[in-house]
Ligand binder design. Structure first.
Ligand SMILES: Nc1ncnc2c1ncn2[C@@H]1O[C@H](COP(=O)(O)OP(=O)(O)OP(=O)(O)O)[C@@H](O)[C@H]1O
Ligand SMILES: Nc1nc2c(ncn2[C@@H]2O[C@H](COP(=O)(O)O)[C@@H](O)[C@H]2O)c(=O)[nH]1
Length: 309
């Protein structure tokens, strides 16, 4: 029989206490990770800490808490603690009433500013058929990896070279219906009277919560729905250098027969008439320049709307 370790009562207490301390440290570390990844709001942690000073949040040190808040590093930390008149070693649950109020107001103000900032990071790129939306969006995906390109669901069949989960999520009609019923699409539309397309809501919400920029390359019906659902989104209309060039691109792409091209050009006339609904217009002269302009709009949001050509 294996030899058993016999522990005396005080030793049992010590082992249990040490296990509890390890577990509490692990729980605090996990909580810090959840704050820094944006999975939980710092304000929620603070409220928990004040409600239960001996709980996981309450036992967290003010220093560790503040360092887990995105964009607070060691340099800012010292100044913030001084301003809030909180000693670095203090635990959140042990803060006095004035310290609690100051810390709460500081975090609430910061989260409110972050929300305003994040909300503006959703950019919708729309425009008439063959103007080059897909080409510009692909260029951004390849050259600006910090901009997340939303991957739509569609009922159309994959074209040669298209990859599931990269170009689209290819689904059948039943699955598309299920996505709509479960409210999993931010917007959806039947495009060119043919297939259905929709923007999955989950990845967008997650990206915006992380503070990432998201680009949607969708049709004009979809852009209108996004505007209604998220008025803070920035809408960009991609224009061709001229009507003749648009026709050249459509014909040159060679993916539609003459009848379908006529139908799309008819739609394109109506779509061009909708450009005033958009916040910005970008002319797709060269792909690299148009992509740069769109990315600049994502990053600065300050450029003045351009007039159509
Ligand atoms: N700046 C550009 N200069 C010249 N050709 C371009 C430019 N941008 C895109 N093109 C070409 O125009 C054609 C249409 O581009 P693309 O398929 O990206 O258009 P789209 O707006 O996504 O069209 P749709 O809405 O019909 O899917 C393609 O052959 C593409 O290579
Ligand atoms: N409303 C939406 N439109 C979308 C979405 N994804 C793509 N599109 C638009 O569909 C057409 C055709 O695309 P194609 O890849 O089949 O040529 C194009 O205008 C796209 O902008 C979406 O999620 N919602």
């Amino acid at each position: 029989m294996p030899e058993q370790t016999v522990r005396t009562p005080p030793e049992v207490d010590r082992v249990a206490a040490s296990r509890a301390a390890v577990e509490a440290r692990r729980a605090r570390a996990e909580l810090k990770n959840r704050v820094s990844s944006g999975a939980i709001s710092a304000l929620t942690v603070l409220d928990d800490a004040f409600a239960d000073p001996d709980g996981v949040a309450g036992r967290m040190r003010a220093t560790d808490f503040l360092l887990s808040v995105p964009a607070i590093g060691r340099t800012k930390l010292t100044r913030i603690l001084e301003d809030l008149k909180i000693s670095p070693a203090k635990r959140l649950g042990g803060l006095g009433p004035n310290q609690r109020t100051r810390l709460h107001d500081f975090i609430a103000d910061r989260e409110s500013k972050n929300r305003q900032h994040k909300r503006s990071r959703l950019i919708v790129l729309a425009g008439p058929t063959a103007v080059g939306k897909g080409t510009v969006a692909s260029y951004i995906r390849e050259n600006y990896p910090d901009v997340l390109l939303s991957v739509s669901a569609t009922t159309r069949k994959p074209r040669p070279g298209e990859v599931e989960g990269v170009n689209y999520f290819f689904v059948d009609d039943a699955e598309f219906d299920r996505l709509i019923e479960n409210n999993e699409l931010l917007e959806h539309a039947t495009v060119h009277n043919a297939s259905r397309y929709g923007t999955p809501r989950g990845p967008i919400d997650e990206a915006l919560a992380r503070g990432d920029s998201v680009l949607l390359e969708i049709d004009i019906q979809g852009a209108r729905q996004v505007r209604a659902a998220m008025p803070e989104a920035t809408l960009v209309f991609l224009l061709p250098p001229s009507w003749d060039e648009l026709v050249r691109r459509l014909v040159g792409r060679g993916t539609e027969d003459a009848e379908e091209r006529e139908r799309r050009l008819e739609t394109a006339r109506h779509e061009l008439a909708a450009q005033d609904e958009f916040d910005y217009r970008v002319v797709n002269g060269t792909v690299a320049d148009a992509a740069q302009e769109v990315v600049d709009l994502i990053k600065t949001r300050g450029a003045r709307p351009r007039r159509a050509v």
